[in-house]
Design a protein around this ligand. Structure first.
Ligand code: PLP
Length: 385
């Protein structure tokens, strides 16, 4: 057995990030400035978007996205319970109603057929989540949006760099939100980005900074450099140059990170795919997953232990693991507010009980990967029926 505990998802930072952060600290400009602008342009280019707005988190990027799309009281937004809570919180924060629909059994991404059933007169937007980095079925989703006049805001917290039928996530829907939280595919500690067309992103900009504008056509010119105007009740969720300094270096490393994630996912697939007790994640035809999370599903009827014990057994073998996600609709706030029962979303609920995420990050070396495989095989062999 390995000596050191294998962490589930540590940040992969190096001397480059440290040097660039130091440079920022010494520069005299530490909040939103030239490094944020540069990072916005670089990220937009990587995902094929016209424009990008850096925020303090993906949650903030989604919040700003809904606000600039004009989603508010009286509106409904369709999303999925198989996500992190903040995907749904942002809908509540603009005063709209989240309408949850179930996911597809193979990818656990939102099911377009269920979206179609849920669309009604109050529906304003669809908020698909590219779960684990695998793109949702954007052909179906864009088709529904177009035929019903709906907006599409994508939760791409897991999906840098993912592609759907050759198109990079970030260049598909009206707006897309990325996360640079410490566990994500690239990190700035905390951070996020909203991508979209240039006009919408320019409209979104004041929403991230108190609703302040320094529009050169406004009175600012006449009054002087101290003058600004507040044009809407904006949030305060701008990214700092300290974060962008990290982001710039991380983005340069993204291709290498991604290659390693894919190698590890392939090795897991080869080894764990042979175990009848385990269902491995798939990648659909013409889809490129960002392989953010490697979530296996246990075939519990073939095992003598439940998911919780499976995770404890991995920990005994010094392998960190986790569960993505505890479905939104079973959390007390949403359960009680909307009267959800666990079985209301059968695919989500059934999958949740047997999901285990194993370590998948670029710092894993071949021995680490072998250790994860050995631990999973050992637990399965020991506890199979
Ligand atoms: C991490 C995550 C978020 C939130 O990202 P932050 O940058 O931490 O706000 C949103 N949705 C999903 C699916 C996530 O995993």
């Amino acid at each position: 057995m390995r000596d050191a505990f294998l962490e589930f998802s540590p940040p992969c930072l190096g001397e480059e990030e440290i040097a660039n952060v130091e440079d920022t600290l010494r520069s005299g400009w530490i909040t939103t400035g030239p490094k944020v602008r540069g990072f916005e342009e670089e990220l937009a280019q990587v995902v094929g978007a016209e424009s990008a707005l850096a925020t303090f988190s993906a949650t903030d990027a989604m919040q700003v996205g809904l606000a600039v799309m004009g989603v508010g009281a009286g509106d409904e937004v369709i999303t999925t319970p198989m996500t992190f809570c903040s995907t749904v919180h942002v809908i509540e924060h603009v005063g709209a109603v989240p309408v949850l629909v179930d996911v597809e059994p193979d990818t656990l991404c939102i099911d377009p057929e269920r979206i179609a059933e849920a669309i009604g007169p109050k529906t304003k937007a669809i908020l698909p989540v590219h779960l684990y980095g695998h793109p949702c079925d954007m052909t179906e989703i864009l088709g529904l949006a177009e035929s019903h006049g709906l907006l599409v805001l994508e939760d791409a917290a897991h999906a840098l760099p993912a592609r759907f039928q050759g198109r990079p996530v970030g260049s598909i829907g009206d707006l897309t939100a990325f996360s640079f939280y410490s566990t994500k595919n690239i990190t700035t500690g905390e951070g996020g980005m909203l991508t979209g067309d240039a006009e919408l992103i320019e409209k979104a900009r004041p929403w991230a900074l108190h609703g302040m504008t320094r529009d050169p056509l406004s009175r600012y010119r006449e009054e002087g450099s101290w003058y600004y105007e507040v044009v809407l009740p904006g949030f305060k969720c701008n990214m700092t140059d300290i974060q962008a300094a990290m982001g710039h270096e991380q983005l340069r490393k993204l291709p290498g990170f991604q290659q390693r994630r894919r190698e590890v996912a392939d090795r897991y697939g080869q080894a764990l795919g042979e175990l009848p007790e385990i269902e491995i994640p798939i990648e659909r035809e013409r889809c490129d997953s960002a392989w953010h999370i490697y979530a296996i599903r246990l075939r519990l009827e073939q095992l003598k232990i439940d998911r919780a014990q499976f995770i404890r057994e991995l920990a005994k073998r010094r392998i960190g693991s986790s569960v993505h996600f505890i479905p939104v609709h079973i959390h007390p706030y949403f359960r009680d507010k909307y009267g959800f029962r666990p079985e209301d979303f059968p695919v989500t609920w059934e999958s949740y009980q047997r999901l285990v995420s194993v370590p998948l990050h670029p710092a894993l070396n071949d021995d680490d990967v072998a250790d994860v495989i050995e631990a999973v095989v050992d637990v399965v062999t020991r506890f199979r029926r």
